[in-house]
Ligand binder design. Structure first.
Ligand SMILES: Nc1ncnc2c1ncn2[C@@H]1O[C@H](COP(=O)(O)OP(=O)(O)O)[C@@H](O)[C@H]1O
Ligand SMILES: [Mg+2]
Length: 486
């Protein structure tokens, strides 16, 4: 089942747009919510010597943590380390997730990055350990080298005969290099492929012999005079020399998880699209591990350990932590980056307290990056970047007020007010958000501090833990407390 062929089957899927690369955060359902909040971030904003620039690539301040993240990044890119754990710890909205996002952006397409919010482990239809195993294996890239046979040349003529009934098609393709010319018989599938790619005489094409996949490389220079008929986007290339048939080495990166899914008999590669992979049998994984190790010895494959990012890691319980501890020692292990905003707190599933809510043994293995609260100036810069990202224009007063709000309440609350204030401005038919709009937004929507204050004052109007609520005496007559049966 797991032959080199099997892999070809899966790597061919690459020809579909971004079908199975694990580094594309858009494909991961779990990453969706992270993207919008961090879409202004395009990297860690470091220079070549790993020195953080004050504001670059959407990142502001948090210099020490960014530099530390940069060091880790360099180690990952060098492919030298695996099986390490990094913990990013700091108060809420100090840029922990932002830093992880910045790292992901800088990794490049061949290093897988998997983002996971810890609570997802409990919400999938999988056991906790299966979900974690899949997340780990998604984060390990296998670079597979394989030779493919190609036919590459300039199309001289395509001749297609349709039978009168329409069903069966037959044809001939004449194709040449500068040195030779050959005629190939065409079947239905090839004819469809040529038509789909809109291949014409004068195109330089390449046909993968194993899959029949046709790729248009461009127009032949000899046809350059037809330029007017081609449009401005036509790419001109030389007619190939030598043999029509060539061998080429291609390198594909797939994740271990993808190989698992493709080879688990019950699922098949279609599961990669539906995301509905179910549990994968341990025997399948064992077989794959053995095979990959073999390929590696034979020089056919290279392992590239990627990154598994577990956000809000304190949501995991002691069983998950034990699993991670063991998985980090595995032969194929990614770098695990965790983020938490907890101080000394209880580890889920136990009754004891520990720093960051992580058990001591895992903490012991981890190197810790600390994030710190932002200065008012930094808050202002981040908010101004966010406004640009949301295409909202703030006037100077509005930005100053928003910055003050951000510094006194929270960065997230202030960032949320940007779009709300913009709506208020739009309603007033103004294209610029003014101080007034920010004030209105501030009154309309409470931050958590004011909400708590409000709750303290009016706690008896809300349903309490016992399901009791006090209804105002005017409405409910002399009923003082009513049981709403929660
Ligand atoms: N240093 C920074 N530079 C730019 N934007 C930042 C920075 N730190 C945080 N942000 C932005 O502020 C918001 C909250 O940060 P986030 O990373 O989600 O906080 P945390 O994960 O620490 O709770 C996000 O929109 C994030 O992109
Ligand atoms: Mg976060």
């Amino acid at each position: 089942m797991i032959t080199q062929r099997g892999i070809i089957l899966c790597t061919n899927m690459y020809f579909f747009p971004q079908s199975i690369t694990t580094s594309d955060p858009n494909k991961d359902l779990q990453a969706l919510s992270l993207i919008a909040a961090h879409s202004h971030i395009s990297g860690l904003g470091l220079d070549d010597n790993l020195q953080p620039r004050e504001a670059s690539q959407g990142m502001v301040g948090q210099l020490t943590a960014r530099k530390a993240a940069g060091v880790i990044l360099k180690m990952i890119q060098a492919g030298k380390i695996a099986g390490r754990a990094v913990l990013i710890a700091g108060p809420p909205s100090t840029g922990k997730t932002a830093i992880a996002t910045g790292m992901a952006q800088s990794l490049g397409p061949d290093v897988p990055f998997t983002a996971l919010a810890a609570s997802e482990i409990f919400s999938l239809e999988l056991s906790k350990t299966e979900a974690l195993t899949q997340a780990f294996r998604r984060s390990i890239g296998i670079k597979i080298k394989e030779e493919t046979e190609l036919i590459e040349g300039e199309v001289v003529e395509i001749q297609i005969d349709r039978s009168i009934t329409g069903g069966h098609k037959q044809g001939k393709l004449t194709i040449r290099t500068t040195d030779m010319e050959t005629i190939y018989e065409l079947g239905n599938k090839m004819i469809d492929g040529l038509q789909k790619e809109k291949v014409l005489a004068g195109d330089i094409i390449s046909i993968d012999k194993a899959s029949g996949k046709i790729t248009k490389l461009g127009r032949s220079y000899t046809r350059a005079r037809d330029y007017d008929a081609m449009g401005p986007n036509t790419k001109f290339v030389q007619c190939p020399e030598g043999e029509l048939q060539k061998r080429k080495e291609v390198v594909h990166t797939v994740s271990l998880h993808e190989i698992d899914v493709i080879n688990s008999r019950s699922q098949g590669f279609l599961a990669l699209f539906s995301g509905d992979t179910g549990e994968i049998r341990p025997e399948v994984r064992d077989q794959i591990n053995t095979k990959v190790a073999e390929w590696r010895e034979e020089g056919k494959a290279e392992i590239s350990p990627g990154v598994l990012f577990i956000d809000e890691v304190h949501m995991l319980d002691i069983e998950c932590f034990a699993f991670i501890n063991r998985a980090l020692e595995d032969e194929f292990s990614p770098i695990v980056i965790m983020a938490t905003n907890r101080g000394i707190s209880k580890t889920r599933g136990t009754s004891y307290m520990s720093p960051h809510g992580l058990p001591a043994d895992l903490l012991d293995r981890s190197i810790i990056i600390r994030t710190e609260p932002y200065s008012e100036e930094e808050v202002g810069q981040i908010l101004s970047i966010r406004a640009q990202e949301e295409e909202v224009e703030l006037d100077a007063g509005a930005l100053a007020l928003l910055t003050k709000i951000g510094a006194e309440t929270s960065l997230r609350y202030a960032a949320n007010l940007i779009s709300v204030a913009n709506q208020i401005a739009v309603k007033k038919r103004s294209s610029v958000v003014t101080t007034d709009c920010i004030k209105k937004a501030y009154v309309l929507f409470l931050d958590s501090g004011r909400s708590v204050q409000f709750l303290d004052e009016f706690s008896d109007q809300y349903i309490n833990d016992d399901g009791k609520v006090k209804i105002s005496t005017e409405v409910a007559g002399n009923v003082d407390a009513m049981d709403v049966g929660v």
